[in-house]
Ligand binder design. Structure first.
Ligand SMILES: [Zn+2]
Ligand SMILES: [Zn+2]
Length: 242
């Protein structure tokens, strides 16, 4: 079975995303584009994940709880979890590692928290789009401890990426997946990083980009009727039983 995915989508909790990025708009756009699974990955927070999942459950879309964490080295890493609870534990860990700065909505944009009816229920006041004090290795380990998967984000980009900031992929880094941006040449990265699963996601900050990469991965046909977050994460963890 081919599973169409987009594992990197921001809601309006990310100040750089448009305010149209609400739970219902995101889920409906993903369904319009016939995606099977999406991940919600706001900067250093999972504050809207639960609301998106509530909408998605009603409409029949699989949503992975996630966030895009910025490490001490200013590397962006998409972290995906099996449960909302695990993503919240990561959020606590990340919040403890963020500088105690306040967002400046008039300059940077608002950081909106929604309920499942797209009502704005709060604005996050802490500045989310900032480097944490967590190192790349610590982040990968913490994600693993919480049962999740850490994926270096948009490695082709000239900033905030593993390759731009370190210059290479450390050979013993315990990761199976690498993400490339929607602008990267997919085949080039498939050829170059044969040891890794190459994922291409939209990094959507506006509705029009959701699902734009049209990428999919294969799982055995017998799992078709029971596609769950665990099945997807097991694939990303390269657990052969999948
Ligand atoms: Zn990023
Ligand atoms: Zn992003």
């Amino acid at each position: 079975m081919n599973v169409k995915y987009d594992f990197h989508i921001h809601t309006a909790l990310s100040s750089c995303a448009l305010e149209e990025m609400s739970p219902n708009n995101i889920v409906n756009m993903a369904l319009l584009n016939e995606l099977d699974v999406i991940a919600i990955t706001d900067h250093n927070s999972c504050g809207n994940v639960q609301s998106v999942i509530a909408v998605a459950k009603k409409l029949g879309l699989l949503v992975i709880p996630g966030m895009e964490v910025e490490t001490r080295e200013e590397i962006h890493v998409v972290c995906l979890f099996e449960t909302v609870e695990a993503s919240k534990l990561m959020q606590n860990y990340v919040y403890d590692s963020l500088p105690k700065k306040k967002n400046k909505p008039s300059i940077l944009g608002r950081q909106l928290l929604f309920d499942a009816e797209d009502n704005i229920i709060a604005e996050e006041e802490r500045l989310l789009s900032f480097a944490t004090t967590i190192t790349l290795e610590q982040l990968i380990q913490k994600t693993k401890d919480l049962g999740g998967v850490a994926i270096p984000a948009h490695i082709d980009r000239p900033s905030y990426s593993l390759i731009s900031n370190l210059g290479f992929i450390p050979p013993n880094l315990p990761i199976h997946c690498l993400e490339i941006s929607q602008y990267a040449e997919y085949n080039k990265y498939i050829e170059k990083y044969k040891e890794h699963i190459i994922l291409q996601s939209s990094d959507a900050h506006e509705l029009g980009f959701i699902g734009v990469c049209m990428r999919e991965f294969r799982i055995p046909e017998r799992l078709k009727s029971q596609l769950t977050v665990k099945v997807v994460l097991d694939f990303l963890k390269r657990i052969d039983k999948v």
